[in-house]
Ligand binder design. Structure first.
Ligand code: 5GP
Ligand code: ZN
Length: 113
């Protein structure tokens, strides 16, 4: 049976995505439903269901996810951006493979909805 996780399937090339970056630990791609002029996702290749599933051994790769997110934003002309990780359905998480949203290219308001 194929992996039911949509982001694992994107990493494996089973579902097409517009890739921005890939190394042995991290994958980044444009969001299918952008909420800002620039909106992409950065994910660890290791399947973690969300921020609540991060253990001590994952700390380094999560730091890398943040660094890559900010670097890619800069490369795409976005110096100031919002980095978001939703943790759980009530917080707005719909895909249960940890992902960092990087949104930029427009003014942002606070608090989020
Ligand atoms: P969440 O709501 O879980 O924090 O964010 C999930 C994000 O994944 C959403 O912004 C949604 O648009 C994006 N997404 C869901 N399915 C796909 C897909 O198949 N391809 C891409 N590129 N993005 C997806
Ligand atoms: Zn996954």
């Amino acid at each position: 049976m194929s992996n039911p996780c949509i982001f694992c399937r994107i990493i494996n090339g089973e579902i097409p995505a517009k890739k921005l970056y890939e190394d042995d630990e991290v994958f980044a791609f444009w969001d299918l439903s952008p909420q800002a002029p620039k909106h992409f996702l950065v994910i660890p290749k290791k399947h973690l269901s969300g921020p609540g599933a991060v253990s001590v051994e994952d700390e380094a790769v999560i730091g890398k996810v943040v660094r890559i997110g900010a670097e890619l934003a800069r490369e795409h002309g976005v110096e100031q951006c919002r980095l978001v990780m939703n943790n759980g359905a009530e917080a707005g998480q719909t895909v249960f493979h940890l992902h960092l949203h990087v949104l930029g290219g427009r003014p942002m308001s606070w608090p989020p909805g």
